[in-house]
Ligand binder design. Structure first.
Ligand code: THU
Length: 142
C-alpha cells in the first residue's frame, strides 16, 4: 500500500492494539494482536488464545483469518501485527502458510507496542517465498 493509504495502516494499528489487549496468553505472557484489511474495506482482528494444553493455542494472525473467513470474506489485502518488544514479532510459519492460502502476496506491517521506531513493513512473498499454494494442487495437464 502506498502513502495514500497511511490512514488505512492507522485503522489497522488501532484494531490490532485493541484486540491485543484482549489476548489470552497466561503461559507466554506475550500478547499479540493482528488486523487484516479485506478487499471490501472491512477490518478483521484477532488475538492469540492459549491453552493449558499448550499445543492447542492459536496465534493472533490465524485468529484474524478465522474472523475474516467466518464473515464471508476471502481476500485479505494487508496485515498488521503488534507484539511487545524487544523486536517486532514476525508471523510464525503456520500463520504465513494460512495467509498464503488467500493471497499470493500482501504488505505486512510489524509493530512493537509504544515503539513506532521499531516498525517494519515487509510482505507475505518476502516472508514465505516459493509457497505451496492452492494452485499447486491443480491436476497435471497430460
Ligand atoms: N504468536 C502469535 O500470536 N503469532 C505469531 O505469529 C507467533 C506467536 C503467539 C503464540 C503464543 O500465544 C505466543 O505468541 C508466544 O509464542
Amino acid at each position: 500500500m502506498s502513502k495514500a493509504t497511511d490512514v488505512v495502516w492507522e485503522a489497522l494499528e488501532e484494531a490490532a492494539l485493541e484486540v491485543q489487549a484482549r489476548a489470552y496468553c497466561p503461559y507466554s505472557e506475550y500478547p499479540v494482536g493482528a488486523a487484516i484489511l479485506g478487499r471490501s474495506g472491512r477490518i478483521y482482528a484477532g488475538c492469540n488464545v492459549e491453552n493449558a494444553a499448550y499445543g492447542h493455542s492459536i496465534c493472533a494472525e490465524r485468529s484474524a483469518i478465522m474472523q475474516m473467513v467466518a464473515a464471508g470474506e476471502r481476500e485479505p489485502i494487508a496485515v498488521l501485527v503488534v507484539t511487545r518488544g524487544p523486536k517486532a514479532g514476525s508471523p510464525c510459519g503456520a500463520c504465513r502458510q494460512m495467509l498464503v492460502e488467500f493471497a499470493e502476496d500482501l504488505p505486512i506491517r510489524l509493530m512493537v507496542n509504544g515503539e513506532p521506531e521499531r516498525t517494519r513493513t515487509t510482505s507475505l512473498a518476502e516472508l514465505l517465498p516459493d509457497a505451496f499454494r492452492p494452485d499447486s494442487l491443480l491436476p497435471k495437464k497430460s
